[in-house]
Design a protein around this ligand. Structure first.
Ligand code: GDP
Ligand code: MG
Length: 448
């Protein structure tokens, strides 16, 4: 995964605390590969990585994150931004029914989406009606009727079995669309969902028809439905539909498959339109609001790493981190004061334990994590406070009589002082290792 590759790339850069051009380029290379793996269109990848590179080079150095984390954070922010920022809701009409038109290639999932969307809206107290304007395929109208029945939503169709008493202008999808909206008005439906025809590829006649329907009914939303598996064709298809029907939102279908969702980024990036919904199966309930942040991590394949970055940033005291980073860089010795400061950092990180458990490689320190007791930090603090400044920087001088004095001063047993000094020695070793690369700052204070 990208996470593993980035870890490898940065094995030697941890704790450097500065974004150099070489750091940025190495990471951007990995990001590029991850995006291509996720089937993001090549031109979109190119533009995207160029922007990330520029932003990363100009980025302020973060105390909380190592260089790769910092770049991944920028990448994630850019992804979320392109995918639509906050999840956007359907814009409801101020008066009369809200008109939602569906557009997209044949097989994209429009008719299925009509059912899902209507069921979902109905559950929220709306009273939707479906309008069957796909008159190209012989079974399209019947398919919508089946879907409507399953969703418990009426279907307006130019066909026997239609729910309307109005005259049905069979054969002309534009007239059907108009009549369907009129039906909704008359029967006081507050949402109309207009299903349209698609072709296997974009063609002028189909687009002209869709565009005529749009002009005839003036929808509040035109949703462009696109199969997440479409891959590199996403850009051309999306641009054709954007030009043809000027859609207002994107629905990504078939996200239940293997697709990492690169199409979402391609389409959103070239059209500037938000992704609003995700379809995740053939069932009517396999449907959800689209969450840009979740999709960003799916595209990046970063799992919980992004959560980790967020937590680390929130909790890490930046000044302390900067001080530690400088210490590493200067190869200074790790002292008992540092040890205590780190333990206190850990306490500040309330959910530290949970957070560390999510980290790749957490199994290696699982035992320590499970033994971790926050009250332990109070004892450590008491013990360290009973040491002289000189003892804190040169713990080697802490002999038997000093240990007894410290134990008395801090109200603990000598064995606890011994235990602390042992853990400190381990932490010191670990810090040396980390300073040479690998590992995450802020952990060595963990008692064993
Ligand atoms: P349309 O031609 O755009 O109306 O597409 P349909 O709604 O008829 O869907 C085409 C095929 O894809 C059907 O077999 C659907 O059951 C299937 N389908 C639609 N949405 C999804 C989805 O989110 N996941 C999966 N696995 N299949 C889907
Ligand atoms: Mg259809």
């Amino acid at each position: 995964s990208l996470s593993d590759r980035l870890t490898a790339t940065f094995k030697n850069l941890r704790g450097k605390g500065r974004l150099t051009e070489a750091d940025v380029d190495a990471t951007v290379r990995e990001i590029r590969r991850a995006l291509l793996d996720a089937d993001v269109a090549v031109p979109v990848v190119r533009e995207f990585t160029a922007r990330v590179r520029e932003r990363s080079l100009g980025a302020e150095v973060s105390g909380a994150l190592n260089p790769s984390q910092q770049i991944v954070k920028i990448v994630n922010e850019e992804l979320v931004e392109i995918l639509g920022g906050e999840t956007r809701r359907i814009r409801l009409a101020k008066t009369g029914p809200t008109i939602i038109m569906l557009a997209g290639l044949q097989g994209a999932g429009k008719t299925t989406l009509a059912g899902k969307l209507s069921k979902w809206l109905k559950a929220q107290g709306h009273s939707p009606i479906l309008v069957a304007c796909d008159l190209q395929r012989p079974n399209a109208v019947t398919q919508l009727q089946v879907v409507g029945k399953r969703a418990g939503v009426p279907v307006f169709a130019p066909h026997p079995g239609a729910t309307s008493e109005l005259e049905h202008p069979a054969g002309d999808p534009v007239a059907v669309a108009r009549a369907g909206v009129e039906e909704a008005r008359q029967k006081l439906h507050d949402v109309v969902i207009v299903d349209t025809a698609g072709r296997l590829g974009v063609d002028a006649e189909m687009m002209e028809q869709a565009s005529q329907i749009r002009r005839a009914i003036v929808p509040n939303e035109v949703l462009f439905v696109i199969d997440a598996m479409i891959g590199q064709d996403a850009v051309n298809t999306a641009m054709a539909f954007d030009e043809g029907v000027n859609f207002t939102g994107i629905v990504l279908s078939k996200l239940d498959g293997d697709a990492r969702g690169g199409a979402a980024l391609s389409v959103a990036s070239v059209t500037g339109k938000p992704v609003m919904f995700a379809s995740t199966g053939e069932g009517l309930d396999d449907f959800e609001l689209f969450h840009p942040d979740r999709m960003a991590s799916r595209i990046l394949d970063m799992g919980d790493v992004l959560t980790l970055i967020e937590q680390a940033e929130k909790n890490w005291d930046k000044d302390e981190a900067a001080r530690m980073a400088k210490k590493f860089a200067d190869q200074e010795d790790f002292t008992l004061d540092d040890f205590l400061a780190q333990m206190q950092q850990i306490r500040n990180m309330g959910s530290m334990k949970k957070m560390l458990m999510m980290m790749p490689g957490a199994q290696n320190i699982r035992q320590q994590l499970e033994n971790f007791d926050e009250r332990e930090i109070d004892r450590v603090e008491a013990i360290v406070r009973s040491m002289t400044p000189h003892e804190r920087v040169a713990p080697k001088i802490i002999n038997g009589s000093r240990r007894a004095r410290i134990a008395r001063g801090s109200g603990v047993h000598v064995s606890e002082v011994n235990g602390l000094l042992e853990r400190f020695a381990q932490a010191q070793k670990m810090m040396k290792k980390m300073a040479q690369g690998g590992g995450m700052p802020g952990m060595p204070g963990m008692p064993g």
